[in-house]
Design a protein around this ligand. Structure first.
Ligand SMILES: [Zn+2]
Length: 383
């Protein structure tokens, strides 16, 4: 069982502000004519909030039908999409979620591409808007790999951001012939997530060794709630990982991607698919440590729960108290609901997360960002 401590790192890159990139003389963005990431920018344009992913589902099905005619597409009642290409005994499998957190997406939303970055922008409202790169970069990796490889599976989940609802109800038999499952749904550029929330192990050490993360600059890290974690908890019998895919400031209007890191992630995934042709079994016996008869004292469990909830809330600040309570129900022997409520409240207070906020916006102390006035207004209201 792994018990890594939480880690929350500020992006190492300076925060992007659109004002710095605008060429004042011409009033344009100098690199916006670049066409290297056309499909990704098309995905960014599609607004796909949790629970209303209709447009994105339609686009994915349309794109697969038109670009990968040999693939079979299945859907379920929840809205998840399952794609299988080629006939094989076993398949590499990719996973992504198709919902996004952002509440603002103007009609004239544009994905602006510069030499190094892509960010969202509304000219009419003169403001930066979130891309939903969490997890459209994951969708993009799935589609690109579906196009490139002859034998491959990919799954697209709805409503991850509201508590992994899609993966929580998906058809598990889809994964029976999978060698492993990769999700690209992590901010930054170098995190290889092999354990979630401090208690769900995702993969075997053999798999970590086989994928050679060091070749692409990836390092093992403890991660937060996402679909592959949900799949493991539902009994997925092969190794899974979650990878950084180059997005920053997820869930906010300041969200942006670093193109080089997005491409590095794609190359890493392609490398894994090409080189890891075995099945990589993994079952997490230690999943939910409470079940193994551990006699943790209340203090230890409190500390454990605190770290895990803080970890999750920093990554998913829009999670409501009820969603968190639901997710943690029954995991801790000695903690009562009141204890968990207290932890959630404390974490939200310390990290300036609005209680049950619906903007998904994270406020950090000493924050410098393109949000400008909106942040000042909210900060003023808090202080
Ligand atoms: Zn995500």
């Amino acid at each position: 069982m792994l018990r890594k401590t939480k880690s929350y790192n500020q992006p190492k890159h300076e925060l992007l502000t659109w004002g710095n990139l605008l060429d004042e003389e011409s009033g344009t963005f100098p690199y916006n004519t670049l066409r290297t990431m056309k499909l990704l920018k098309e995905l960014f344009k599609i607004y796909s909030p949790s629970g209303n992913e209709k447009k994105m589902r339609k686009f994915i099905k349309w794109w697969v039908r038109n670009n990968i005619p040999k693939a079979t597409i299945k859907t379920d009642q929840t809205g998840n999409i399952y794609v299988t290409k080629g006939e094989s005994e076993t398949y590499p499998c990719l996973s992504a979620h198709i919902d996004q957190v952002q509440k603002t997406h103007s009609k004239d939303f544009e994905a602006i591409e510069t030499k190094d970055y892509i960010f969202g922008f509304s000219r009419k409202n003169k403001r930066q808007e979130g891309l939903g790169a969490d997890d459209k970069v994951g969708i993009w990796v799935n589609l690109r790999c579906l196009q490139k490889f002859d034998h491959i599976k990919a799954v697209f989940f709805v409503s991850e951001e509201t508590g992994c609802q899609g993966s929580g109800q998906c058809e598990m038999s889809f994964f029976d012939d999978c060698r492993f499952v990769i999700q690209c749904d992590r901010r930054n550029g170098n995190d290889l997530i092999t354990t979630i929330g401090g208690w769900t192990n995702l993969c075997s050490p053999e798999f970590v060794k086989a994928i050679q993360p060091e070749l692409f600059g990836y390092k093992e890290e403890c991660g937060l709630i996402t679909d592959v974690g949900e799949l493991k908890e539902r009994g997925l019998k092969v190794s899974a990982i979650n990878l950084s895919c180059g997005y920053y400031e997820p869930h906010t209007d300041r969200e942006f991607i670093i193109k080089e890191e997005v491409l590095n992630c794609l190359k890493f995934v392609e490398h894994i698919i090409s080189t890891c042709t075995d099945v990589y079994p993994h079952e997490d016996d230690d999943c939910f440590f409470g079940r193994n008869g551990w006699d943790d004292s209340w203090e230890e469990e409190y500390e454990e729960a605190y770290q895990s909830i803080e970890c999750n809330l920093l990554n998913h600040p829009s999670l409501t108290t009820e969603q968190i309570l639901n997710a943690y129900k029954g995991y801790f022997f000695s903690l009562k609901e009141g204890d968990l409520r207290q932890i959630i409240e404390e974490v939200k207070n310390i990290n300036f997360i609005d209680d049950d906020n619906d903007t998904g916006m994270r406020l950090l102390p000493n924050h410098e960002s393109g949000m400008g006035k909106e942040n000042e207004r909210i900060e003023a209201a808090i202080l």
